[in-house]
Design a protein around this ligand. Structure first.
Ligand code: ZN
Length: 448
């Protein structure tokens, strides 16, 4: 087992342990009425807000923008509308000012990159990671019947030297399948493994789950009703969903959350993308900051209710979404609001000479381990099967490190796709990543 995998397994075991005190709470939310969770959100928000205004430098230094809130009977959504929207570039610029001066023991800090390839330091205490885990575990229980299903993770991380298509994570319950090895030469081994392992749950990038479904063809069809899947991080394309549910599992659920840990959206068996009220408050606003109507696309603005170690108040996270009806009740039984649509990362799958198609999230995996460089945006363009170009928007201060950045990205990219393929990566430094005609940005743009 590689060092990275060992660390991953250990982290997962610790988080699991820390989630135990919060399981009861996470469970309660499934039965709460709208009045009950609205009240919870109000109390929890005021607690986090007051804490942020006294212990977090960014908010403490801006008392005019973040005044003391009068505790009259004003609904929470109105209270929020009086506070400013926090833009991503502001959070990036003042990144360290969003952490308290002294972090609790066991606080983890890591670098994360988002849908447009911009990087950010985020952090969470052990308890906060435990709360998040408890929420995910109870959701898993709803869709699989157990909080610890036998799981296949189809997520990427930097490929390690000598990594094979399968790595055991921790215990007997979870394994990682490498998203870089979904190739016909491994098909028989992978299919045999899935037969024996009998997964109840697959968690991964939709593009990777789709590739696995295509690779398996009809060889796992007979057992597909024993497995459900959770698609995360990318937008789940309807054509991918159809193929996945045709050959790999009975249902693939769309789930949206982010490294900042400020919101969680979970699809239910009736196809509604419910907003988990314990995770955070979700607003959808227009360009001018006014709330959108039901079904109208707007910007997703989130207020986290889990993390006091990095409180985000009305944070514009960079995704677009449209609200669902706020008054309807869902046949699945929860009273939570839902989104009609939400966009994850947008972009194309990369195509390699040997026929593999790889998630656009390689861009994030290349950025995530880069130390000390502030990246404001990135886009990977594929010109031919072998020729790739990475556009990078970097902070001016870091321009001196261009050569280092160039070498590191080249090395990382080659490591990700080789040894099966030969590729060339060219780097172009830009001031801004170009947008599509509709205003969105593609993380990967395949122009074959
Ligand atoms: Zn529902």
């Amino acid at each position: 087992m590689s060092l990275q995998m060992t660390r991953l397994s250990r982290d997962r075991a610790v988080t699991q342990w820390c989630s135990m005190p919060y399981r009861g709470k996470a469970k309660q939310f499934w039965k709460m009425s709208k009045e009950e969770w609205t009240l919870y959100q109000r109390h929890r928000f005021l607690e986090i807000y007051q804490d942020a205004c006294t212990t977090i430098p960014y908010y403490r230094m801006r008392q005019q923008m973040y005044p003391e809130l009068k505790l009259q009977e004003e609904p929470l959504e109105n209270l929020l509308l009086e506070l400013p929207i926090l833009k991503k570039h502001t959070l990036q610029k003042h990144n360290l000012h969003f952490f308290p001066a002294k972090s609790a023991m066991g606080t983890a800090r890591w670098s994360a990159s988002d849908a447009v390839g911009s990087s950010l330091m985020v952090q969470a205490t052990l308890q906060e990671r435990g709360m998040e885990q408890a929420i995910f575990d109870w959701w898993k229980k709803q869709v699989t019947g157990t909080t610890r299903p036998r799981t296949i993770y189809l997520l990427g991380c930097m490929k390690q030297e000598g990594q094979t298509w399968l790595s055991h994570s921790h215990g007997a319950n979870g394994v990682h399948l490498s998203i870089y090895h979904l190739h016909k030469r491994y098909k028989d081994e992978i299919v045999r493994f899935i037969n024996d392992f009998d997964p109840q749950y697959i968690e991964g990038y939709p593009s990777a789950i789709y590739e696995l479904a295509k690779l398996a063809g009809d060889s796992l069809f007979y057992r597909k009703n024993r497995t459900v899947a959770m698609a995360a991080a990318e937008t789940l394309a309807p054509e991918w969903k159809a193929v996945i549910e045709q050959s790999l599992c009975s249902k693939v659920y769309d789930v949206h959350s982010s490294q900042e840990g400020a919101y969680g959206v979970f699809e239910c068996s009736h196809g509604h993308k419910h907003i988990h009220p314990m995770f955070g408050i979700v607003e959808v606003v227009r360009e001018d900051g006014t709330p959108t109507e039901q079904g109208e696309w707007g910007r997703l603005v989130v207020t986290g209710l889990l993390r006091k170690s990095m409180p985000l108040i009305r944070y514009e996270i960079g995704n677009r979404a449209a609200k669902g009806t706020a008054h309807g009740s869902c046949p699945c039984g929860v009273s939570w609001d839902w989104l009609e649509s939400i966009e994850g990362r947008i972009g194309d799958q990369l195509q390699l000479e040997d026929g593999r198609r790889i998630s656009m999230l390689v861009v994030n995996h290349m950025i995530d381990g880069m130390q000390g460089i502030e990246i404001h945006g990135a886009q990977l363009i594929q010109h031919t099967l072998r020729r790739f170009e990475l556009l990078i928007a970097m902070k001016e201060r870091d321009q001196g490190s261009r050569k280092y950045v160039q070498q590191s990205f080249r090395r990382r990219f080659t490591a990700l796709v080789e040894p099966l393929c030969e590729v060339e990566l060219e780097l172009t430094f830009v001031t801004e990543i170009p947008r599509e005609a509709n205003g969105t940005m593609k993380l990967a743009d395949v122009r074959l």
